[in-house]
Design a protein around this ligand. Structure first.
Ligand SMILES: Cc1ncc(COP(=O)(O)O)c(C=O)c1O
Length: 406
């Protein structure tokens, strides 16, 4: 057969064609150059990872039970890890047995499993506007219809949500109630309770995504929505070891009512059979040997200082009339410049000045606000934060541009 008579293979599926690349990933690629001080990433600070402790945990499990931890294992996850995570959730006010949990390959996979098990194409998912970009991608791949719910500086607006659940009949509400990505906002307890009541009244699922809750450096912990009686049978809580242990281990979990656990396990069998046995065993060993709260104390202190440092620069960096969030934990500050600014257009100028951030527009599923941006304070030391923000002032406040570049 000659080359020109070959019938081409079919093109990719429609959902793959329609998926747009991650603007964040593209921005990160642009900002990977070492001379750029990047506030764009969502990574925990590398120097805070407990390399020695994690290495010791791997050594221990490979030394004591190599044939178990290098073998295939069960889809639900390592029993000791489920036990340790269940005990931690219980201590924090949400009674959880190992069988209430499925260990996943990061919270991201928990989100994918949840989407597979709860949503058919065309189903409505209500989300905070703006919200976590990779959740939007996940819902897109499921063929779901995403309905944005307005937020204010405390998170989702309950009156707006109440209207939307009547009008749109969502099957699922996806929320990041604590130190939200991208805004850093935390939903107050009364609103959490109101969300739980609406779910009971109108019959929808809640996905409560909480990868940042352990990184609180101000204020008091909030109850999970899953703890409210009204929502206890319809809330799936997603958690992660990425921000408290190491993101490269790719370990997360979902805590859900029995039927969702069961169908998530079946869906996970089709995806990856199970998360890495050796990584789960090492994580379980680590949690057995270390008190996570003690270990997180210095981490929280470092993030507190970095957040305060960045916040202190903002009045001198952002144009007059800008507003920004003041997070009590997590990694992100969300800012809005006055009308007429376009942070996506300004990013190139920022990179030319040796600094980067994430433009806010891609996080919106409703009309995008081009004047917004996300800044991560987690990865740089205070001095570096000040230098980076001085560069950003040169972009956002040309009136204050120094005569000489540093
Ligand atoms: C809101 C939110 N959910 C889920 C994830 C995924 O976390 P993991 O590393 O556990 O997959 C992230 C990661 O940044 C996130 O910000």
């Amino acid at each position: 057969m000659s080359m020109d008579t070959r019938v081409p293979p079919p093109g990719p599926a429609a959902r793959a064609v329609a998926a747009s690349g991650s603007v964040i990933r593209e921005a990160l690629a642009l900002t990977a150059r070492p001379e750029i001080i990047s506030f764009a990433g969502g990574l925990p600070a590398s120097e805070l990872l407990d390399v020695d402790g994690i290495r010791a945990a791997y050594d221990r499990v490979l030394g004591t039970s190599p044939y178990r931890v290098l073998q295939y294992s069960t889809t639900e996850g390592d029993p000791a890890l489920r036990e340790a995570i269940g005990a931690r959730l219980t201590r924090r006010g949400l009674h959880s047995r190992p069988e209430d949990l499925v260990i996943t390959t990061g919270a991201q996979q928990a989100l994918a499993l949840l989407t597979t098990t709860l949503l058919d194409p065309g189903d409505v998912v209500a989300v905070e506007d703006p919200t976590y970009l990779a959740a939007l991608q996940c819902f897109h791949y499921a063929g779901a219809r995403v309905v944005p719910v307005p937020t204010d500086d405390q998170g989702i607006v309950i009156d707006a949500l109440a209207d939307i659940v009547v009008r749109e009949r969502p099957r699922l509400l996806y929320l990041v109630p604590t130190f939200q990505n991208p805004t850093g906002h935390t939903l107050p307890a009364e609103r959490r309770h109101a969300v739980a009541r609406l779910a009971a009244e109108h019959g929808f699922w809640i996905a409560e995504d909480d990868p940042y809750g352990e990184l609180r450096f101000h204020g008091e912990p909030m109850p999970w929505i899953a703890t409210y009686e009204e929502a206890s049978d319809r809330t799936v809580l997603l958690g992660s070891l990425s921000k408290v242990l190491a993101p490269g281990m790719r370990l997360g979990w979902l805590r859900a009512p029995a039927e969702v656990c069961r169908s998530s396990v079946l869906a996970k069998q089709a995806l990856d059979l199970h998360s890495s046995t050796v990584d789960q065993a090492a994580a379980a060993q680590y949690l057995l040997e270390h008190d996570l709260d003690t270990r997180l104390l210095p981490v929280r202190a470092v993030y507190r200082e970095r957040c305060a440092t960045l916040l202190a620069t903002l009045p001198h960096v952002l144009p007059p009339g800008s507003t920004w969030s003041r997070p009590e934990g997590g990694m992100f500050i969300w800012a809005r410049l006055p009308d007429g600014h376009d942070t996506a257009a300004l990013l190139r100028d920022a990179v030319d000045h040796g600094v980067a951030y994430v433009p806010g527009a891609p996080f919106f599923s409703g009309p995008a606000d081009p004047a917004t941006l996300r800044l991560s304070f987690a990865t740089h030391e205070p001095e570096e934060i000040r230098r980076g923000m001085a560069r950003l002032a040169g972009v956002f406040r040309p009136d204050r541009r120094p005569a000489h570049r540093e």
